[in-house]
Design a protein around this ligand. Structure first.
Ligand SMILES: NC(=O)c1ccc[n+]([C@@H]2O[C@H](COP(=O)([O-])OP(=O)(O)OC[C@H]3O[C@@H](n4cnc5c(N)ncnc54)[C@H](OP(=O)(O)O)[C@@H]3O)[C@@H](O)[C@H]2O)c1
Length: 317
């Protein structure tokens, strides 16, 4: 466990934006975070890569990347809330790719003893996004749910949670190879693209954007909703004239970006991991010094699920 001495000026290693470095990322040194009264200090063991972390070009040099981490509480919150020193936790906070991280007690959860901390690190942003967009779509039992980009981080959690909720899950991927393992996770249909989806769907979780968003919109039943999560394709979406007009109950398209106060939802997700009802799909894992290999694999669509980086090796623990 990290020895944190009061008043001692320290720095920690972190992965920061540097446009001159390969992949736009380099290992740097940043000031040891000083937690606010409602924050704990975490000794980070593992972090995960999200699609948004690939956009180093839109962040100022020196920005610490990442938002998903797991580890051990090194210093409890000064206001007395939250977990005690030594508790295994998973956390969601900007600048997570660092050896130590200050996190609000509202944005973390204790990790059950049976759950590997590396698996827990894969959960935060992808899991919260899948959980909250499925909730926003209403009851799932017996409904047809289409998930695009189902091979990715958000998609692989969404497939599992939708199936757990009793939905008929249609998982759309870019190729047959990218669909491997999705049926085992609960997908009732695995389709390449959307051309072979021949029945309307009640809910769409769209991770791809562009022409797939338009095609998915056209598959929605009256009263159905499309949750626009992401735009992994980077392509524009062109809606043919009148395609947003339909007789009957209104179809809706909702944006998503609600990652506030995630602690309670993180507890649900790692609880499901602990109960064996949810599997953390870690498709790439390695030491954090190999971060650019991980980001290249993710942007090259070669990761099935999440990429997890080990910040602390076994020898350090
Ligand atoms: N709104 C929010 O708060 C929020 C939260 C999390 C994520 N997001 C966004 O949601 C999207 C999915 O996130 P994620 O973490 O699941 O990403 P990911 O793990 O990289 O997965 C994205 C999936 O999109 C598919 N895809 C289709 N066309 C693509 C293209 N041209 N380039 C890359 N991938 C393409 C890929 O599937 P195939 O290889 O099978 O085609 C890939 O598996 C991203 O755009 C991300 O930025 C938004």
């Amino acid at each position: 466990m990290t020895d944190v001495r009061e008043g001692e000026a320290m720095s920690v290693h972190a992965l920061v934006v540097d446009q001159d470095a390969p992949g736009g990322i380099r290992m740097g040194e940043v000031a040891d975070p000083q937690p606010q009264p409602h924050q704990v200090l975490i000794d980070v063991h593992h972090v995960a890569v999200n699609h948004g972390d690939l956009r180093t070009d839109v962040r100022p040099p020196g920005t610490v990347l990442g938002c998903d981490a797991s580890g051990m509480v090194a210093q409890a919150a000064a206001d007395g809330s939250g977990p005690a020193v030594g508790t295994r936790v998973v956390a969601f906070a900007a600048g997570a790719w660092a050896q130590r991280l200050a996190v609000s007690v509202d944005d973390l959860a204790e990790v059950p003893a049976s759950v590997d901390l590396a698996d827990a690190a894969a959960v935060p942003l992808a899991g919260i996004t899948a959980l909250r967009t499925l909730r926003a779509g209403g009851p799932l039992l017996g409904r047809r749910v289409l998930i695009t980009g189902a091979s990715g981080g958000v998609g692989r959690v969404a497939v599992q949670l939708a199936a757990l909720g009793g939905a008929h899950v249609v998982a759309s991927v870019g190729s047959a190879a990218r669909g491997e393992g999705l049926a085992k996770l609960g997908a009732h249909e695995v389709v390449v693209g959307l051309d072979d989806v021949d029945q309307p769907v009640d809910l769409v979780l769209d991770n791809v954007g562009g022409s797939q968003l338009v095609a998915a919109w056209n598959l929605l039943t009256p009263g159905g909703s499309l949750q626009s999560i992401g735009w992994a394709s980077g392509e524009p979406a062109v809606f043919p004239p009148y395609s947003t007009f339909a007789l009957g109950s209104a179809k809706t398209l909702s944006s998503f970006g609600d990652a506030a106060n995630v602690g309670a939802d993180l507890a649900i997700l790692v609880g499901l991991l602990g109960d064996g009802k949810l599997v953390a799909e870690v498709g790439w894992r390695g030491p954090w010094g190999r971060v650019t290999e991980a980001t290249a694999a993710l942007s090259g669509r070669r990761v099935a699920g999440k990429a997890v980086l080990d910040v602390k090796s076994h020898e350090d623990s």
